[in-house]
Design a binder for this molecule. Structure first.
Ligand code: COA
Length: 379
């Protein structure tokens, strides 16, 4: 049988019909359910966005209030999971801990039979509420601190900062994190969303499927890039050192973290929005030298590679914002996962409506059929 032609990385191959988000990569447009991301980041909250992604419409004031209440009631973690977080090695990467913890959460929760809408909704509330608690509780334990009880009256962003630091966050810190969560909530058929849909397509449960998403998100070519951006900016150290560092990367064909995207050939719209957030934050809390290094790096990279469609992506400014909020570098990707849980769950729900098991083909490049060689005759 003739083999089909391989599309490396399945680039551009549609994997599903989806009504959740839309990207125009050449124009730098991202929409959730038809709403522009820039508008949602300014006008909406993460809770409204999570509702929009799942339900297809923005919530009414009454729907939002009861949704916020429900989320607030699902934040306490089951005790076997708290013990597990306590016992994790102090130097474990938080994404590895998060992946294990989501699996453990699934083991502690009622089963979610495939196609059961009520059970699925329960898992949606549980995951949206518990994932931030997992990240914050693990951070407390690894610092040798006691976990902080969640406050059901706070927003997802506000409660996360409270559980992380032990202090009620300032209005600006809560709002900035809230915007960042909105900006990261969904992004069409990216690697982690595809991974989560593939797992869910086997009729596995939502917790197992979100574990798949977390694993895919942890890689440096996907969510893990934001940590590396900050490491690069810190290693460059000063505006004066940017040019030589970048020329070295160009000469060695190094991938500069926080630049380039499979879909966007212009500056990522989320990067624009995150940059505005960074500026707002610096107006209140004072700037940070690393931001000047970032601005210079953007200029040098875009001058050299802009014609090839290499521009800042979502990860370029997010780390600068999070570090200004006092969040440790290796917690940047878990925060991405907190936000993306909203998108992943909306995609699982969509997958449930018209499920087909994913079973791609391959292009076989191995040896042709040959006779078996008994062990005594092998060279
Ligand atoms: C995101 C990414 C994987 C997309 O990659 P892609 O569409 O598969 O593009 P490729 O990796 O094939 O790169 C195409 C060309 O652009 C160059 N390029 C892509 N991203 C680059 C970057 N960040 N820095 C320098 N050059 C880059 C490649 O070297 C390649 O050049 P060549 O044609 O001369 O060989 C890639 O841009 C990347 O690795 N970026 C850094 C990691 C990152 O920030 N990830 C977060 C994404 S939101």
């Amino acid at each position: 049988m003739a083999q089909k032609e391989l599309v490396p990385g399945l680039a551009g191959v549609p994997a599903a019909e989806s009504a959740i988000s839309y990207i125009d990569g050449a124009a730098g447009i991202l929409q959730y359910r038809g709403y522009r991301i820039e508008e949602l980041a300014v006008e909406s909250t993460f809770e409204e966005t999570a509702w929009l992604l799942m339900e297809g419409e923005l919530p009414t004031a009454a729907q939002l209030e009861s949704f916020r209440k429900e989320l607030g009631q699902h934040r306490e973690l089951p005790s076997p999971l708290v013990s597990m977080l306590h016992d994790m090695p102090k130097d474990a990467h938080p994404m590895a801990v998060l992946q294990a913890a989501v699996a453990a959460l699934g083991a502690c929760e009622p089963r979610v039979p495939f196609g059961d809408e009520a059970a699925f909704r329960g898992a949606w509330l549980r995951l949206l509420s518990a994932v931030p608690s997992i990240v914050a509780t693990h951070e407390r334990f690894r610092r040798g601190q006691d976990p902080i009880s969640p406050d059901p009256t706070l927003s997802t962003a506000g409660n996360f900062l409270l559980q992380l630091t032990g202090d009620r966050p300032s209005k600006i810190a809560e709002r900035i994190l809230d915007c960042a969560l909105v900006l990261h909530a969904d992004h069409t058929m990216n690697a982690s969303t595809f991974a989560a849909r593939v797992v869910y397509g086997t009729q596995a449960d939502p917790y197992a499927s979100i574990c798949g998403g977390v694993g895919a998100l942890s890689g440096p070519l996907h969510g893990g890039a934001n940590e590396r951006v900050l490491a690069s900016l810190q290693s460059i150290g000063s505006v004066e050192a940017v040019d030589a560092w970048a020329q070295d990367q160009f000469a060695n064909k190094g991938k500069i973290m926080g630049f380039g995207h499979r879909v966007y050939s212009v500056k990522d719209p989320r990067s624009h929005a995150l940059q505005s957030l960074a500026v707002k934050l610096f107006d209140e809390l004072g700037s940070t030298p690393i931001y000047d290094v970032a601005l210079k790096l953007e200029q040098v990279v875009v001058d050299r590679l802009g014609d090839k469609g290499i521009h800042p992506n979502v990860d370029f400014f997010s780390g600068i914002v999070y570090s200004k909020l006092g969040i440790p570098t290796d917690q940047f990707t878990p925060i991405f996962a907190i936000a993306r849980t909203a998108g992943w769950m909306a995609h699982l729900h969509e997958q449930m409506q018209d499920n087909k098991l994913y079973r791609p083909g391959q292009v076989y490049v191995g040896v042709a059929e040959r006779p078996y060689v008994p062990i005594g005759e092998r060279g």
